[in-house]
Design a protein around this ligand. Structure first.
Ligand code: HEM
Ligand SMILES: *[C@@H]1O[C@H](CO)[C@@H](O)[C@H](O)[C@H]1NC(C)=O
Ligand SMILES: *[C@@H]1O[C@H](CO)[C@@H](O)[C@H](O)[C@H]1NC(C)=O
Ligand SMILES: *[C@@H]1O[C@H](CO)[C@@H](O)[C@H](O)[C@H]1NC(C)=O
Length: 335
């Protein structure tokens, strides 16, 4: 009896120490958000297997699934919180996804979530939110691209509002500088470090020429090309994106390893290979430069920070309890 009590006391102390260390690295208990990784363990115990299977299938068909899903999650969370509001289909061209800022979101992101939802509904009807499916799919695409893995907090409910007019001013623009970018992240409870880490998502995916053409041809009245560009990179980009380029032409955002989730994005920044103003200024501005140098030097530090920041991003304005609903179809409200 005496012995058993001593052991259990030691176990409690050990568990507390573990919680403290997890809390420091990344609070996987959901903090005060009301979310937790085990949320569906009783109601849909196969959920994560189903999501991974469907996401892998889709990624095997087209590798752009990776960036498309990751960006979709970011855009969803920054407008009315992580509540799948971005997934609602166009009605009178005034759904969130119809906004000018969202219209370049790749269709493969939406298609991935819809396919996963169909598969999940077959096994656990009416239980799992579209917002949680998107959060899980975002983790899975990062991991499928050889990036980090993390436990995804769950329990979000799907929002009841999706309006194009709600998007204005909420998403960062590629021509923004650090102050403006930081203000947008700060409004969502995300720090400068979170912003630098999350921007590392630009290690995968594409950008249309229109989003950075100004840096190549109309930088300012004295300089045609942004001098923070590496000269050779700017030359290559001018070939890919001539002045009269059509609206559909896009380039890899990470020219070194476009389909691998790694820290090459930061190697690019220190070498003047940042594609957008919003990328390159993270290195030219002293407010964020140190963090860029840290992630340039250590992929491990980048992965740790990215995981922490994705967990924080996943808590932005979430609806829990009786708020919102569990959508049957991710593209439409239930009523
Ligand atoms: C820091 C401010 C950010 C700005 C200004 C920004 C802006 C952009 C722009 C303009 C594009 C190109 C879209 C196109 O031409 O089709 C893009 C692509 C992308 N962004 Fe960001 N972004 C930011 C942060 C983030 C964050 C935090 C994430 C995710 C965690 C993210 C993930 C992506 C991905 C994966 C793509 C590639 C999409 C694809 O290939 O389909 N971005 N971003
Ligand atoms: C996806 O492709 C990989 C590699 O070719 C293969 O091993 C795996 O079984 C495929 N998975 C699915 C779900 O299609
Ligand atoms: C153009 O940009 C360069 C480099 O950033 C700067 O030194 C110069 O003052 C700018 N010119 C004008 C007219 O703003
Ligand atoms: C970036 O990282 C590389 C590789 O670790 C290192 O050699 C280089 O000095 C770093 N550059 C900067 C500017 O910190």
């Amino acid at each position: 009896m005496e012995k058993r009590r001593r052991i259990s006391l030691r176990a409690v102390v050990a568990a507390m120490a573990l919680m403290l260390s997890l809390g420091e690295a990344a609070s996987y208990d959901g903090g005060s958000s009301g979310l937790s990784p085990g949320y569906y363990s009783k109601t849909c115990s196969n959920l994560e297997k189903i999501v991974l299977r469907e996401v892998t299938k889709k990624k095997n068909e087209t590798v752009v699934t990776i960036p498309a899903v990751l960006r979709l999650f970011f855009h969803d969370c920054l407008v009315n919180g992580c509540d799948a509001s971005v997934l609602i289909a166009s009605h009178n061209n005034d759904a969130e996804k119809n906004s000018e800022d969202d219209d370049s979101l790749a269709g493969d992101g939406y298609d991935t979530v819809n396919r996963v939802k169909d598969a999940v509904e077959r096994e656990c009807p009416g239980v799992v939110s579209c917002a949680d499916i998107l959060a899980l799919a975002a983790r899975d695409v990062v991991n499928l691209a050889y990036g980090p893995y993390w436990p995804v907090e769950l329990g979000r409910r799907d929002g009841l509002i999706s309006k194009a007019s709600d998007v204005k001013g909420k998403l960062p623009d590629p021509e923004m500088h650090v102050k403006e970018l930081a203000a947008i992240f700060d409004k969502n409870g995300l720090s400068m470090r979170d912003m630098v880490a999350l921007s590392g998502a630009h290690t995968v995916g594409f950008a249309h020429c229109s989003r950075f053409k100004k840096r190549l041809y109309n930088y300012n009245s004295t300089m045609r090309t942004d001098p923070s560009f590496n000269k050779y990179y700017a030359q290559q980009l001018k070939v890919a994106c001539p002045p009269n380029v059509g609206p559909t032409i896009a380039v890899n955002m990470d020219p070194l390893s476009p389909v691998t989730f790694d820290n090459k994005y930061y190697n690019n920044l220190v070498n003047g290979l940042g594609l957008f103003t919003s990328d390159q200024v993270l290195y030219t501005d002293v407010a964020s430069k140190k963090t860029v140098e840290e992630f340039n030097a250590s992929q491990d530090q980048f992965f740790k920070a990215f995981v922490d920041s994705m967990i924080k991003l996943g808590r932005v304005d979430v609806k829990t309890g009786s708020a919102g609903e569990i959508r049957r179809d991710c593209t439409a409200f239930n009523h």
